[in-house]
Design a protein around this ligand. Structure first.
Ligand SMILES: Nc1nc2c(ncn2[C@@H]2O[C@H](COP(=O)(O)OP(=O)(O)OP(=O)(O)O)[C@@H](O)[C@H]2O)c(=O)[nH]1
Ligand SMILES: [Mg+2]
Length: 294
């Protein structure tokens, strides 16, 4: 029996959460085209007859500008302790002048002392010929144990990557029951689904200042769920944008989220969303803790 922990790290938007979902085969982490989508560490567990791979998705490595950012940094740090390997994900479209940022991010990970596997992601967006110079540039950034070009979105080379990851698992018993796929409580997943839709439908600086809190989640006698959630934003002017003309934007967020939540819970859902303003909440320690960041 082989089992162990591998953390998925990299800069924002590299495709870490997409990759986690793909390998696990379930959507446990939300994904968006906006950077800094993931805010905590998220465990995804894949079990087989003779192995258990525990992947830890992490927030993208960036310089924090507020207290939330510093919490996110802490999650990256704790996720990279006591693990068996690191899977570093980079977008193959990285510009030569951004190489230095990757080098910086990687140097911060050196202290963990574990093997680092490089996954060069999004190869579906690039002709093969253009990929070679990119791989050439990246290979000197770190003493990588392996380099695997992949497309998390189009499922290219993921089987090969998975087999390589398995090689880094030590002998040992499983940590979780076979049917465990994540460590996140149901409420957390539901609130993240709502945040994902808000991220998708909102632009500019609003997405970064959004938080979702489930205020009530109750299963009724008829099997239907009643869910009441608050979408927090940082400014009164943002509240109006989130609600939209005649409530249209909020309704759209709600209906997209409800479809996902119903699929996930396997039940009908009555979802009610509220928008609340909490000025500068990303710098309020207590609020950050209250909405579920340990
Ligand atoms: N074309 C293409 N797009 C991808 C691929 N993998 C991820 N994406 C897209 O890249 C964007 C970011 O994906 P995420 O999985 O949220 O990236 P992340 O690294 O988790 O981002 P943070 O949580 O912000 O650090 C999304 O729009 C994805 O659909 C890929 O292999 N090919
Ligand atoms: Mg992510």
């Amino acid at each position: 029996m082989k089992s162990g922990f591998i953390a998925i790290v990299g800069r924002p938007n590299a495709g870490k959460s997409t990759l986690l979902n793909r390998i696990i085969g379930e959507k446990v982490a939300i994904v968006s085209s906006k950077p800094q989508t993931t805010r905590t560490k998220i465990l995804g567990v894949k079990s087989g007859e003779d192995y258990q791979l525990v992947l830890i998705d992490t927030p993208g490595i960036h310089k924090p500008h507020n207290k939330l950012g510093r919490r996110m940094e802490k999650y990256i740090y704790t996720a990279t302790q006591d693990i068996d390997a690191l899977l570093y994900v980079v977008d193959c479209n990285i510009k030569p002048e951004e190489t230095e940022l990757e080098a910086e991010a990687l140097s911060g990970l050196k202290a963990s002392g574990v093997p680092v596997i490089l996954a060069v992601n999004k190869i579906d967006t690039m002709p093969r010929l253009n990929l070679l110079p990119v791989l050439d540039r990246l290979k000197d950034l770190y003493d990588f144990s392996d380099i695997v070009p992949i497309s998390a979105k189009e499922d290219e080379n993921l089987d090969e990557l998975f087999l390589k990851l398995k090689e880094f698992l030590p002998e040992g018993p499983k940590f979780f029951p076979d049917d465990t796929i994540t460590d996140q409580p149901e409420r957390q997943i539901v609130s993240e689904f709502i945040r994902e839709k808000a991220l998708r439908l909102l632009n500019r600086e609003i997405p970064h200042g959004i938080a979702v809190e489930i205020e009530k989640m109750q299963k009724k006698k008829d099997g239907m769920y009643e869910i009441l959630a608050a979408i927090y934003c940082e400014k009164q002017s943002h509240k109006g944008i989130i609600i939209g003309k005649g409530g249209a934007k909020l309704k759209h967020i709600g209906s997209l989220a409800r479809a996902d939540i119903e699929r996930f819970l396997g039940a009908k859902v009555y979802l009610e969303l509220w928008v609340r303003v909490k000025e500068d909440w990303r710098n309020r320690e207590n609020f950050i803790s209250d909405i579920g960041f340990e």
